[in-house]
Design a protein around this ligand. Structure first.
Ligand SMILES: [Zn+2]
Length: 230
């Protein structure tokens, strides 16, 4: 159930209760007390890409993408939780998310998307690290589910925050990716940098840089949420 639907349901319940009270006890000027409105916390799924037998990209010095993704995801969880957002990680250590044999990348991705329904999440963020053969590209790139307008808006806010924090001018890009398509909510893939680039790979292993990335991503998510998740 969406947050908007939840609020609407509470509103109509409140109205119905008001009429019921009036019908049973017709007491003019009785001082009707409005129902207490408790806002539900926003839930975000943060998905550290790869894990277990799937290392993801292999960077300079043999570093594995899956480890960078997990560290940044933990930092993002911390940054969002400090703003009152409830965060579930799809994995909290080095393992495959889909535990049912036989292993397949497809089943592993579907297991990640399924957690959106399980936890009634409003947003899905998958964290990855890039690699390319020329070893020259660096910096983050935000991808969005190309069929979802709200994913474009979310990606726009997150890309803007990352560009501002790190000095890039890189617009978000559309992508067709199973894990984003199956999420069913605004969904983006944040490629936090290039493990194939010597400078990037050194920064990506630094807890301070991971925190800078996480705070920028969290700031973009909060800006999107404050716009009303349109
Ligand atoms: Zn990846």
């Amino acid at each position: 159930m969406s947050l908007r639907r939840l609020k609407a349901t509470h509103f109509y319940e409140g109205v119905a209760a008001m009429f019921l009270v009036g019908a049973l006890w017709w007491i003019p000027h009785s001082g009707y007390v409005a129902p207490v409105h408790v806002a539900a916390a926003v839930v975000v799924i943060v998905d550290p890409g790869h894990g277990g037998q799937d290392p993801g990209a292999v960077g300079v010095n043999g570093m594995f993408e899956k480890h960078i993704n997990l560290s940044v995801a933990h930092a993002l969880q911390h940054a969002l939780a400090s703003q009152g957002i409830v965060v579930y990680l799809t994995r909290t250590a080095d393992y495959s998310v889909n535990r049912v044999a036989p292993y397949s990348v497809r089943n592993d991705l579907l297991a990640r998307s399924r957690l959106v329904r399980k936890y009634h999440a409003a947003i899905f963020i998958t964290i990855h690290s890039n690699a390319e053969p020329t070893h020259t590209m660096r910096g983050p790139i935000v991808y969005y589910d190309r069929d979802s307008l709200s994913s474009v808006r979310l990606a726009d806010r997150v890309a803007h925050a990352l560009n501002a924090a790190l000095g890039y001018a890189r617009p978000p890009r559309p992508i067709q990716q199973l894990v984003l398509e199956e999420a069913g909510v605004p969904a983006i893939n944040v490629e936090v940098g290039f493990v194939s680039h010597r400078g990037d790979s050194a920064m990506l292993t630094s807890p301070q840089y991971q925190e800078t990335l996480a705070k920028a991503i969290a700031s973009g998510i909060l800006q999107y949420l404050n716009q009303g998740m349109k």
